[in-house]
Design a binder for this molecule. Sequence first.
Ligand code: ZN
Length: 346
Amino acid sequence: MRWVLLPPPPCFSGAVSFGLPTELLPLVRAAFAAATLRSLESKWRTWLAFCSEAKIKALKPTPTQICQFINFLMHHRLSRQSNLQAYISSIATLLRLSDSPVTIDSGLVRLALRGAKRLLAAIPVRRKAALGPSHLLRLRRCLQLQTGLGAALWSLILAGWWAMLRAANLCSLSQANVGTAVLISDLRLGLKEAWISVRLSKTNQFGERRHVVLLPCICKSATAPLCPLCALHHHFSRNSLDIAPPSQPLFSTLQSAGSWMSLTAAHVQRELSQLFHQAGLPRNRFSMHSLRRGGATFARRSGIAIEDIKAIGDWKSDAVHLYAGQQPQVASWAVCRIGAAVQAAF
Ligand SMILES: [Zn+2]
C-alpha cells in the first residue's frame, strides 16, 4: 500500500467546512490558537489520506479502523506516545466538529493506545540536546558580536537560556505576524537586572496572566561572557533599540535609520544551525529548543528545585498555579542561584 497526503486540508477553509456557512469560518477558526490549528489540520490531512487509501469513511470510522490507523502511525511516523495521543485527540476533535455520531472512546481503542505506549517505550527517544555554559561559550566565540545581527543573536541565545523561554516567545513567525514574540514594551531594562514579561504562550493563549522572568547581571569585577543583562544592553546599543517603537519585537536588528527588522523563527533557526556547525556541535542534536532545555537542565544540576524551574520556564503543571501570585519573587530567587552557579563554573 502507498500512503499519500491529500493536498487540501479538511480544515475550516478547504473542502470540508463542517457544513458551516463561509462567513462563520473565521469565527470558528479563531477559537484555536494559530499553532493548534496548524497542528490539527496537519493531523487531519494524515487521517484523511489514510482513510482514502484504506477506503474508510473518515467521519464514521469503526473502532477497528481507528486501531488500524494507530498501527499505521506506529510504523510510519511516530516515536513518541504523546504524538500518538495527539493524533487520536485530533480525530476526536474532527468527529466532534462534524457532529459525527461516532466517538473514539471505545475499549478497543484504549487497549490499542496502551499497547502502543508499551511498544513505544522500548524505542529510545532522541530529544534535542541541552546546551550548557561551555557550549554557550563555544557559540559566543563564533559570533561577530560587533555586528547588529551578532549582538541580537547573542542576546536572544542568553535570554532563551536564562529565562528558559519558548522559541515562540523569542522570535516571530514572520515580519508581519509578531504573534507571541516578546516585544520591546515587554522588557524592563535596568542597570542591575532586566525583567521580561511574557504576555502569551502555549499555556497562556489568551493572556489571562503575565509570566515574568528575571535576567540578572552576573558580572563581578569584569564583564562576564555569559551575562544576559550585559548582552541585552549591548544588543540595545548596537541596534539602537532605545529609540525603536515599543511594539517592535525585542530581538530585532537595525536596518537603516529609523527602521528595524525582527528576527523571524526561520531566520534564527538558519543562523543557529550555522552557528552550531561552526562551534562543532552536531546540527541534528541541537536546536532553538536546546536553549530552554539547556537552561532547565543546568538549573536542575545546580540544585534548583524542580518547582522553581517550572516557575521560571512556565512549564504547565498543577504546581504552576501555586506560583501565580508570587512567581516573580520565586523565580528571581532561583535565577540568582543559577547566576551563582554559572559564576562558580568558571
Ligand atoms: Zn553583566
